[in-house]
Design a protein around this ligand. Structure first.
Ligand SMILES: Cc1ncc(COP(=O)(O)O)c(C=O)c1O
Length: 382
């Protein structure tokens, strides 16, 4: 089959596994911990839920097809996916990572992986010379977020993948912000794609999940072994919620993007807004690369206001937009990276990346855009 992404969101590329005979349109939730063995030495293909579950397997099939991979492993959270993946490295390995990553990933690298002997160099991966310069003899992985969280820097994935191949290291891309509907890193040379499924894939701000997708059967086998061993698998009901969420991914992403572009343009003209970072704006430094490698620009934007007082006032005054620490759902959320998502990032690092007391991040939802602009207008004041 060669279905387009909006069809794949609903059906995948092939047909689903026949695990039941009622013909239910909605894939059933297999809420079970274990499975009966038909006989000694025989299995139905399902033995114990930590290893596999039919609902989770159906979700993994859809995500694999969306990301053009060979396999997907679903986790309880995005951080569990990052954690399992980093376990593939061994002490003494070196990683080149985007400097402006989600703060929780930086915390994982600093507090868990560094303790276990993995070394890191953080650099601006949108600068190809900086990537090349950061690579060492022992570099095994280039870890990228594009666009970055929260400063929306764009990395040229094809160019970085070529550098990585030259130096025999893997490329992993966190594709949470754009989703496979707008960006397919494996097609551009990456080896692994990581998602916080909590965000756009599930899309309704009501559960957590994570994915690791790869085009390497060897990496997939190692990760399956890891999740079987360490146990951060996605539960059946959460698998079903994400399966259901993905069915509407295409229409949600189009609307997120339409609203985000209108809001970014409106913010650009506001006297209290000093800078707007949205990759769909032509003046954004990453726009040309984004246009080349992405099918769209997504619903995430960041902006700077004139003072800390204005930033606090906006967070306290927004009514329709909610002050909360997540993204990617139908509801518009505003986040204060300085005290929320990036609170644990060393101060000089976050300031060097442009995150300060005046930085606001907005996950633009799918409400009516005029209502959202009216809310921003009253919150910003004059
Ligand atoms: C870009 C990105 N990657 C990974 C994560 C971690 O995902 P989770 O919160 O599902 O563990 C987040 C969470 O905010 C994120 O924004």
């Amino acid at each position: 089959m060669n279905y387009k992404a909006d069809t794949v969101c609903i059906h995948g590329q092939g047909s689903r596994e026949q695990v039941e005979s009622t013909g239910a349109i909605s894939f059933p939730i297999y809420q079970t911990a274990a499975y009966v063995h038909p006989g000694v030495g025989h299995s139905t293909g399902y033995d114990y839920n930590r290893v596999q579950n039919p609902t989770r397997k159906e979700l993994e099939r859809i995500v694999t097809d969306l990301e053009h991979g060979v396999d997907t492993i679903a986790f309880a959270t995005g951080m569990a996916a990052v954690n399992a993946f980093m376990e593939l490295l061994v002490p003494g390995n070196h990683v080149v990572a985007t400097d402006d990553l989600y703060g929780g990933v930086i915390r994982q690298f600093r507090k868990v992986n560094e303790k276990n002997g993995i070394q890191f160099t953080y650099t601006d991966t949108s600068d190809l010379q900086a990537v090349e310069a950061a690579i060492q003899e022992n570099t095994k992985l280039i870890y990228i977020e594009t666009p970055t969280n929260p400063m929306m820097k764009v990395t040229d994935l094809q160019a970085v993948s070529e550098i990585a191949k030259k130096h025999h290291c893997l490329v992993a891309v966190d594709n949470t912000f754009l989703t496979p509907y707008f960006q397919n890193p494996l097609d551009l040379g990456a080896d692994v794609v990581i998602h916080s499924a909590t965000k756009y894939l599930e899309g309704h701000n009501d559960t957590l999940g994570g994915f690791l997708v790869t085009n390497s059967p060897e990496i997939a086998d190692k990760i399956r072994e890891m999740v079987k061993t360490t146990g951060a698998c996605l539960a059946p009901f959460d698998s079903w919620l994400i399966l259901r969420g993905i069915k509407t991914l295409s229409v949600r992403m189009e609307k997120h993007q339409e609203n985000a572009l209108a809001i970014a343009k409106w913010l650009t003209g506001h006297p209290k807004v000093t800078e707007v970072f949205y990759i769909g704006l032509e003046e954004h430094p990453g726009h040309v690369t984004a246009r080349k490698q992405c099918g769209g620009y997504g619903g995430m934007l960041t902006f700077h206001v004139d003072t800390q007082e204005t930033a606090h006032r906006v967070l306290e005054r927004v009514k329709l937009i909610q002050f909360a620490e997540s993204l990617g759902g139908t509801e518009s959320l505003m986040t204060y990276p300085f005290t929320q998502t990036h609170a644990d990032v060393p101060d000089e690092t976050r300031r060097a990346n442009g995150i300060d007391e005046m930085t606001l991040r907005m996950s633009v939802g799918i409400e009516n855009v005029q209502d959202l602009i009216a809310d921003l207008e009253q919150a910003l004041g004059t």
